[in-house]
Write a protein that binds this ligand. Structure first.
Ligand code: GNR
Ligand code: NI
Length: 177
C-alpha cells in the first residue's frame, strides 16, 4: 500500500476526461487500495483516480460518519467503477464543499438532493441505488472529477475568480517562505 501525491489545481491533468475501466485487474485493485490509503491520510471523504494522476473512471468514498452522536467513526469504504447517474431530483440541496485538489477552500454548492446511480463495485458487480444526503453530494462531486470538473466550476465567475486569486496568493507565499 502507498500514499500517493494528490494533484492540485491548476494541474492540467485535473481537467482530463477519465476513460471507462474495461477489466478489473490486480493492478487496479492495488490502485484502489492506494486510493483509500491516500484518502484516509489526507483526510478526505472521497477521491477520484484522476486526483492521483490516473485518468480512469474509479472513485472511492468513505463518509466515516459515527454510528451515534459522539461515537467513533465507523469505516465504510465504497468503490464506484464506471459510475452513471440514471436520474436526478429537481429539488436541490446546498452543501459547503471542499476538495483535496483545491486545498483549504470551501464554498456552498447547489446540487440535486437525490440521484439514482449505477456503478460496478471492486469485484465488478453491478449496483444500482438511490443516494441522498452527503453520500449523494460526494458521489456527484467525485463524478465531476471524471469529467474534469471541479466544485469551483459550479460557482459564479466572481466567486471562482476570488478563490483562484486566493489560491495563487497562498502558493506564492508558500514558495517565498
Ligand atoms: O474530503 C472531501 N470532502 C468533501 C466535502 C464536501 C463535499 C465534497 C467533498 S469531497 C472531498 C474530497 C475530494 O476532493 N474528493 O474529490
Ligand atoms: Ni474533489
Amino acid at each position: 500500500m502507498a500514499i500517493l501525491p494528490i494533484l492540485e489545481t491548476p494541474d492540467p491533468l485535473l481537467r482530463r476526461v477519465s476513460t471507462p475501466v474495461e477489466t478489473i485487474t490486480p493492478e487496479l485493485q492495488t490502485l484502489i487500495d492506494d486510493m483509500f490509503e491516500t484518502m484516509y491520510a489526507a483526510p478526505g471523504i472521497g477521491l477520484a483516480a484522476i486526483q492521483v494522476g490516473v485518468p480512469k473512471r474509479i472513485l472511492v468514498i468513505d463518509l466515516q460518519e459515527p454510528e451515534e452522536e459522539g461515537g467513533e467513526p465507523v469505516r465504510n469504504p465504497l468503490v464506484f467503477i464506471n459510475p452513471e447517474i440514471l436520474a436526478e431530483s429537481d429539488t436541490l440541496q446546498t452543501y459547503n464543499e471542499g476538495c483535496l485538489s483545491v486545498p483549504e477552500l470551501y464554498a456552498e454548492v447547489e446540487r440535486p438532493d437525490h440521484i439514482r446511480a449505477r456503478w460496478l463495485n471492486r469485484d465488478g458487480k453491478v449496483h444500482e441505488e438511490e443516494l441522498d444526503g452527503l453520500l449523494g453530494i460526494c458521489l456527484q462531486h467525485e463524478m465531476d472529477h471524471l469529467e474534469g470538473v471541479l466544485f469551483i466550476d459550479h460557482l459564479s465567475r466572481l466567486k471562482r475568480d476570488m478563490i483562484l486569486r486566493k489560491l495563487a496568493k497562498a502558493r506564492k507565499e508558500r514558495l517565498a517562505a
